[in-house]
Design a protein around this ligand. Structure first.
Ligand code: SF4
Length: 343
């Protein structure tokens, strides 16, 4: 079997090349080719000798991103559908904003968490993605933006899947994203969003200086367990305890995502519960009015309800914003990714 080099962080590339009897700097060269120059084959790696390139071609492989569909939204958001080698598909979303461009990447094909409001959860879990498959989403978007003289500045693990349920491969990708020989992003520009896999939340944040986002959606255990079955395993007390323990690098905050569902979790009493629950934790709360999709019966509250909810949090001294709906017209908004699968 040829060795897949795509998805290897610098340390793995060094071990690989040293086992092959090559110099250490070869790993750095390769890392730059893969993650900074977005090479998909060895033939264009012109600073490697022809015999070395031939040797690599014979024993190694580089899986290229296979994007089947680019869907552009009227607000500039783009959704990409990738076909994986076993025929499965995943999506990622590129969101251009003032001063930054964010890519929302998938980490699993489907998802086992089954959050009630999420299209990905409704299709169920198929498999974990490899580091090569995850990083190829970033390579594809990076290359596309480079052609327009633009840069990818932020990565959020908020696409399909629960990233902390694919801990090892996601960790490899984070190493690549942060490495000076990789995408060289600052930790604050990489956000890993979790439904609340408590032990891994802590270990990941101890290992990498990335931002952590917690998908909260309810401040009472009964309601949260109904909306997010993982709450039965890691109830709010444990989740909030972990949020207090997360090392907050250089004064950063934990992001809290809260999808507003009309008549379910959007009352002023719910807002007061959230404020009470998170008191004393440095958080930034993103309120996300539910994005309709064919898998769920929930409804989005009117803007006035979302604003009133936000104001309760602000009055309690918290940082809270109501997020705009980006990419709603192409089903690229939060909770809408299903890679074209039908209910
Ligand atoms: S919200 Fe995230 S964790 Fe929950 S089902 Fe959807 S993809 Fe999975």
């Amino acid at each position: 079997m040829p060795v897949e080099l795509k998805g290897m962080p610098i340390g793995e590339l060094e071990s690989f090349f040293s086992a092959e009897g090559k110099e250490r700097f070869r790993a750095r060269q390769m890392s730059r080719w893969l993650y900074q120059r977005f090479a998909d084959d060895f033939s264009g790696m012109t600073d490697l000798s022809k015999p070395f390139r031939d040797q690599l071609s014979a024993g190694c492989t580089l899986t290229a991103p296979a994007c089947e569909l680019v869907d552009g939204s009227s607000d500039g958001t783009e959704k990409y559908l990738f076909r994986l080698q076993d025929g499965e598909s995943v999506e990622s979303v590129m969101i251009p904003e003032e001063g930054r461009t964010t890519l929302c990447v998938s980490s699993q094909v489907g998802c086992a968490m089954r959050c009630g409001f999420c299209a990905t959860g409704a299709i169920g879990f198929k498999r974990n993605m490899t580091a090569a498959e995850i990083v190829n989403q970033v390579v594809f978007a990076g290359k596309r933006l480079k052609a327009r003289d633009q840069l990818l500045t932020n990565i959020v693990f908020m696409g399909m899947g629960e990233p902390l349920e694919n801990y090892d491969e996601v960790s490899r990708v984070i190493e690549i994203l942060l490495s000076v020989y990789g995408f060289h992003l600052a930790g604050k520009r990489v956000t890993v969003s979790t439904a609340g896999v408590v032990p891994r939340m802590l270990s990941l944040s101890e290992r990498f200086p990335v931002s952590i986002a917690v998908s909260l959606n309810a401040a009472r255990d009964d309601l949260r367990s109904e909306l997010m079955p993982i709450n039965r395993k890691y109830p709010l007390k444990e989740l909030v305890g972990a949020m207090r323990e997360i090392p907050l690098h250089r004064g950063r905050k934990v992001t809290v995502e809260y999808v507003l569902l009309q008549g379910v979790n959007d009352s002023l009493a719910d807002a007061r519960d959230v404020a009470r629950l998170l008191k004393g934790i440095p958080v930034k709360i993103n309120l996300i009015p539910f994005n309709a999709h064919e898998f769920g019966d929930f409804v989005s509250p009117p803007r006035s309800v979302a604003d009133a909810f936000r104001d309760v949090l602000i009055d309690a001294g918290m940082l809270a914003i109501t997020r705009g709906r980006r990419g709603n017209d192409i089903s690229a908004a939060c909770g809408q990714l299903s890679a074209g699968q039908k209910a």
